[in-house]
Write a protein that binds this ligand. Sequence first.
Ligand code: G1P
Ligand code: ZN
Length: 583
Amino acid sequence: MVMFTVVRKETTPIEGQKPGTSGLRKKVTVFKQPNYLHNFVQSTFNALPADKVKGATIVVSGDGRYFSKDAIQIIIKMAAANGVKCVWVGQNGLMSTPAVSGVIRERTGADGSKATGAFILTASHNPGGPHEDFGVKYNMENGGPAPEAVTDKIFANTKIINEYFIAEDLPDVDISVTGVTCCNGPEGPFSVEVFDSSVDYVKLMKSIFDFESIQKLLSSPKFTFCYDALHGVAGAYAKRIFVEELGADESSLINCVPKEDFGGGHPDPNLTYAKELVARMGLGKSSPQGELPEFGAAADGDADRNMILGKRFFVTPSDSVAIIAANAVQSIPYFASGLKGVARSMPTSAALDVVAKNLNLKFFEVPTGWKFFGNLMDAGLCSVCGEESFGTGSDHIREKDGIWAVLAWLSILAFRNKDSLDGEKLVTVEDIVLQHWATYGRHYYTRYDYENVDAGAAKELMAQLVSLQSSLSDVNKMIKEVRPEVADVVEADEFEYKDPVDGSVSKHQGIRYLFADGSRLVFRLSGTGSEGATIRIYIEQYEKDSSKTGRDSQEALAPLVDVALKLSKMQEFTGRSAPTVIT
Ligand code: G1P
Ligand code: ZN
């Protein structure tokens, strides 16, 4: 058996290793700097309780982006040197973020052990490649991202680190084949187990959904389907689930081979970046030849995000979570006994609020970032939750789950069509959304992103928006000058959240302007970028009158958009006359 020794290496702190909304994300060139990854990994080990490191089992895997393979070998060697007993790695280093969460919660290893945490190697929806992004985040024993108390500690450690430990003489482990590699170190045996995580993930999905009814839907000649993994890690699961388990045609899958650089694309499932799917679904500029699919979906690099489309129809993520919540009990066996509660992030539209009110469900509004949902779920307070940023999920794991969301929609479609698959007309995605609006009203919604803005300018813009909040009469005067038809602002603040479970308080979670008619403007700085700053504006307006729910959303929201640009002095501060992405 291979023996290894532990080497102590001297190092010095490196600036800027503060984990953002979802881990540490930087350019690959930054991560490749000497000691950069090592410092962060050691700082993470040092931030964890000793028993979650010494003798523990941890997962190390990710979306397979460029630099992952090198990073996995480094982390394995550092884990061995820090006394970890076993490292679990997805075959080829691949494991979607939701699959990691499921593996931590559900899997038992070859030696009977359970994992207590995971290094997830991903920068989610950011592009990959030698000149693009890499990322590392740590998830805890409940399968969810490390809470702020831990990420703060990691950051504090990065500022004082002076040494790290590594088993330099441990040979690289071949992660392309499944199996267990055992070796011996100064503290005893150490092993690396490589496995195909799609097996565990399929098992989990089968325990939640009625695969038989989805299979019936997919095999109906009337129903056609298209899934775009944008060359992210979702491709490793899509074939297993949609083709092998559910009988979809292989031609339903596009860009489903995971690639280190995501094929040169931007692996973000939205109307701008999921170009091929958008065109296939008839939502592009030119209409494609032949029949359009009835249902389309896409995932991001690490497969936790989803976009849901119907034929020539886009479902906003805010509507998607509301519709899943409204239909879950009838359509998804996992929820048959009822929902414990529902939750959304603050900038997500209030469509879910209306469902919660109508169905008399517990409801929570949390700051941006999935970790806030995890606490509610651990306390048994929330079953279904979502974010406007194409994140939807449930308490089956502690991450959002892109493929779960697609299966949830397929379940709703299967349920609504269970008696009509042989009939004339299919109940479509669009029908389901229109019916929802007819029952609950519609929340017109759009998000404007200004990416890679000068960080100083972005800070000034936000500070100006906060200072404006002290005089609502001035605000309303400005509004009347640009769009007299827009309602008055009646309340303005910075969102602050007190976690109902642990009592922790998160401040400065977005600047809100709330209008008399229920409309909202929200301004936030992104916490996931790797360069400069990204300003997000969230624009929302509620329409209850069912005769007015059919408008084009950009047209319906144009007055509020003008108001947002005026209040924020966007062009003045940033020099930008248009956003980078409109969703
Ligand atoms: C973005 C999204 C947020 C999501 C996060 C991780 O964060 O807005 O909803 O939880 O990515 O996927 P942001 O860049 O806005 O901080
Ligand atoms: Zn992601």
